[in-house]
Design a protein around this ligand. Structure first.
Ligand SMILES: Cc1cc2nc3c(=O)[nH]c(=O)nc-3n(C[C@H](O)[C@H](O)[C@H](O)COP(=O)(O)OP(=O)(O)OC[C@H]3O[C@@H](n4cnc5c(N)ncnc54)[C@H](O)[C@@H]3O)c2cc1C
Length: 460
């Protein structure tokens, strides 16, 4: 059996998942983490963390935690401090903490005939080390997406990535641009501190309550997934019954169906709108000093504009061609494997409602399974690569027509995704079912071009 050695970049939930799966499979690796400890963005002291003081889980505890390591908490939506403790405990419990070099930032990955040359800057020294493969788990929510606007704003312009607590907003006239989950959380913070709060939105949203029928809403309907059309039909009516019509509160009517974009798990924003604590404004037309002009011809004066405009994917230490970038995201088999199978593996580049850290752990198990096959059954690994090259890739949309937005480029349906990962693992294990046509364990039927992108609608 070949002695191969791998690197893992990042000790957030995805990097820890990778480390755990590799360690469990007996695969040798070194971990590199730019911050002082594990936990990724859940460690608010991590310089790259985009966490803020009031942040709690958006998905509920039981649908998010690693299955083999339940959280020591009874809270349904624990706060970021509990989650950092959870990741530290997870890393200690499975002996992973000592496998990472902390305060060590990977600066470049270069391919050569023997694998990958990894260079990093540590606290006391520069590192140059060759690896047979590298797992990239450096996070997807760190690099701010900052759109350009016409005109100049003379007040303070802040992206959510730099927002830590509402003290920053005290006494200010605040405009929040974007109503994603972070934008809505921060708006709820802001109403208690700011002089006034407006929220500028381009499109309508669906607002899901944290609790439905007395239970965390994402724990309902956990059995066999309903077909997309039926789930949209049923859940749209349930939401209408519980939260009413957001148009009443000033939001535009969504020009897409429920689950075609990430829903907002926050109904406190609607309460505050109902109380008159904030107002919804249309899309921005231009800035002019302290004045912001909106598309409908109205305007407002602000001291601070908060850009809740999301994040862009960023793998700054490696040539984009190696990750097969297409538009705003790498185009990878199951969002993990570059089609060239060049020895890079991407962890955590999935966004989905309810995939949790267990979904990320299942990605890690797939990578570990593949690396074990490379070492122990090279023919099986070669067969896997051949099937990925020759067969159509699975449809990961679950039948939902996701909006054609940059942030949706790596969005998946959790059930379709987990099924496809299971199927790939089953193929690697070479089970009889893996070869049977029409079985779940086939790699998939749909053409690669249909991997969500071609099915996504164009939207402004
Ligand atoms: C406010 C907020 C709420 C959220 N709520 C939920 C939720 O309820 N449920 C859910 O599933 N997800 C949620 N998320 C998404 C969150 O991204 C994931 O939970 C998870 O943190 C992703 O883990 P990760 O390891 O992929 O990335 P990260 O947590 O971002 O970790 C990446 C790590 O890589 C390190 N790193 C980066 N570059 C380098 C480098 N060059 N060299 C070495 N190390 C490097 C970073 O320091 C960091 O520690 C939330 C995110 C935010 C911001």
């Amino acid at each position: 059996m070949q002695e191969l050695r791998y690197a893992v970049i990042g000790a957030g939930p995805s990097g820890l998942a990778a480390a755990r799966a590799l360690a469990k499979a007996g695969i040798d690796f070194d971990g590199f983490e730019a911050s002082h400890g594990v936990g990724g963005l859940w460690d608010i002291e991590n310089p790259r963390s985009t966490m803020y003081q009031s942040a709690h889980l958006i998905s509920s505890r039981t649908t998010t935690e690693f299955t083999e390591f339940p959280m020591d908490s009874t809270a349904d939506y624990p706060g970021h401090r509990s989650l950092l403790r959870y990741f530290r405990d997870f890393a200690d419990r499975f002996g992973l903490t000592g496998r990472f070099r902390f305060d060590t930032r990977v600066t470049s990955l270069e391919k050569d005939e023997n694998g990958w040359m990894l260079r990093a800057e540590g606290p006391a020294e520069s590192i140059a080390q060759r690896y047979d493969g590298v797992i990239l788990a450096n996070g997807t929510l760190a690099e701010p997406n900052v759109p350009s606007f016409r005109g100049e704003f003379s007040g303070e312009l802040l992206h959510t990535s730099a927002y830590k607590d509402a003290g920053r907003l005290s006494g200010k006239r605040v405009l929040i641009i974007g109503a994603g989950n972070s934008g809505c959380d921060i708006a709820v913070d802001a109403v208690h501190h700011a002089a006034s709060v407006d929220m500028s939105v381009r499109r309508g949203y669906y607002f899901v309550p944290r609790y439905l029928f007395g239970r965390p809403s994402d724990t309902l309907n956990q059995g066999r997934p309903l077909p997309a059309r039926i789930k949209q039909f049923v859940d749209t009516r349930v939401l209408r019954a519980f939260t009413g019509d957001p148009v009443r509160f000033g939001f535009p009517r969504p020009d897409y169906k429920l689950y075609e974009s990430h829903p907002i798990v926050n109904t406190m924003i609607l309460n505050h709108l109902g109380q008159g604590d904030l107002s919804v404004r249309p899309d921005i037309d231009r800035f002019d000093g302290a004045t912001v002009h909106f598309r409908d011809g109205t305007s407002g004066e602000y001291d601070l504009v908060l850009l809740a405009t999301g994040y862009t994917l960023d793998y700054p230490f490696v040539d984009r061609a190696e990750l097969n970038w297409r538009g705003s995201a790498p185009d990878l088999f199951l969002h993990v494997f570059p089609p060239s199978f060049n020895g890079l593996y991407v962890m955590g580049m999935i966004e989905a409602s309810g995939i949790g850290w267990q979904g990320r752990y299942e990605q890690a198990e797939l990578i570990a399974e593949y690396l074990a096959a490379v070492a122990q059954h090279p023919d099986g690994a070669a067969d896997f690569r051949r099937r990925v090259a020759e067969e159509p890739w699975p449809d990961l949309t679950g039948g939902y027509r996701y909006l054609a937005l940059a942030r949706m480029a790596y969005y998946v349906n959790k059930d379709a995704y987990r099924r496809a990962v299971r199927s790939a693992r089953s193929f690697l294990r070479g089970g009889a079912a893996a070869q049977a046509p029409g079985r779940e364990s086939r790699l998939g039927r749909r053409p690669a071009s249909a991997l969500g992108r071609s099915r996504k609608r164009t939207s402004a």
